[in-house]
Design a binder for this molecule. Structure first.
Ligand code: AHR
Length: 314
């Protein structure tokens, strides 16, 4: 009787497939992007009705626009986009929106409001967290070097703005800012600063990759022990920010969640015609030597659950 019941349920199962197209902007050589893709794949694997296709633009806006055009052509049920820049992509996002395809923007912002939902951490808050940490650690007396990324991307602008809003309140904190366009430019620019400034107390970098690169440069100059390095992302992998905090290379990292699994959950709601909030903010937290172990244990538990899921699927 039980068997009969089971087969009956199988026969009546809704066979509808939800096609989700995801446009990733940066290659998986960037571990934060890889983590975003992986968490999306794992979340999608929990829902057999989902057909997830990931396109990677490898840092090219032109390719990202072409990828999105392809997904519009295919008429995916939901489009998720992790934009590279904020401007050039606007017409294709608006095109998808006009055609009635729900569009979820993750991480970086786009200069239009013609999309369905945004998902990401609050980068101004990230900048505030970094600023307040330095103020409290230094008792409001410090010489800081900020390493920003290009102003074409919203996290760089917002992290820097949030940081400035805090730091500017303290007259005994001095801040110099340089822009890192690639790893080579960090080397060149940071060496110049090190040569001109004998006392730098803190480096606040756009992300952990840049903070670690700056640490390498300082190490070559024998200055790494006198500077506290703070990054952003807080990945829990052997090359990530949490490990670097544990090893005492970074003083702190600020967790910047990728939102991979949340994006898939949001996409399912949209495919099922549920109403969703337009602005979906992910939580963030500062990780230093006090909580690095706790944070990585928490991530490890999630990773174990995820690997169990992957094994079951294989
Ligand atoms: O846009 C956000 C940034 O992009 C993450 O902090 C970063 O490391 C990634 O590549």
């Amino acid at each position: 009787c039980l068997l009969l019941l089971c087969s009956c349920n199988l026969n009546t199962k809704d066979a509808r497939t939800i096609s989700i197209g995801f446009s990733q902007s940066i290659s998986e050589e960037d571990n934060w992007r890889k983590s975003m893709d992986n968490t999306m794949k794992v979340e999608a694997s929990l829902h057999p009705e989902i057909d997830l296709t990931i396109y990677n633009a490898n840092g090219s806006t032109k390719k990202q626009i072409e990828d999105i055009e392809k997904m519009i052509e295919k008429r995916v049920d939901v489009l998720i986009v992790a934009p590279y820049g904020s401007d050039s992509i606007v017409p294709v996002i608006e095109k998808a929106n006009k055609k009635g395809i729900p569009v979820i923007i993750v991480d970086r912002k786009v200069n239009t409001s013609n999309y369905t939902a945004f998902l990401g951490a609050d980068n101004i808050e990230v900048g505030h967290i970094a600023g307040k940490y330095i103020v409290s650690m230094s008792k409001a007396h410090a010489n800081i070097l900020e390493i920003k990324a290009t102003t074409a991307i919203s996290p760089s602008v917002e992290r820097s703005l949030g940081f400035k809003q805090i730091i500017d309140q303290y007259p005994n904190i001095k801040k110099t800012t340089i822009t890192a366009l690639n790893l080579e430019s960090i080397n060149n620019e940071f060496i110049k600063v090190l040569d001109n400034e004998p006392n730098i107390d803190y480096v606040f970098a756009f992300n952990d990759i840049i903070a670690l690169q700056a640490w390498e440069v300082a190490k070559r100059k024998g200055r790494e022990k006198n500077i506290k390095f703070i990054g952003i992302d807080g990945l829990n992998d052997p090359n990530g920010g949490i490990q670097a905090v544990k090893e005492g290379i970074l003083t702190a990292t600020i967790l910047y969640p990728t939102g991979g699994s949340e994006a898939i959950k949001l996409a399912i709601k949209l495919a099922n015609k549920e109403i969703v909030t337009k602005n979906n903010v992910l939580n963030t937290i500062l990780i230093d030597s006090l909580n690095a172990d706790i944070m990585s244990n928490q991530f490890d538990r999630i990773a174990i659950q995820q690997s169990n899921i992957e094994t079951q699927q294989n």
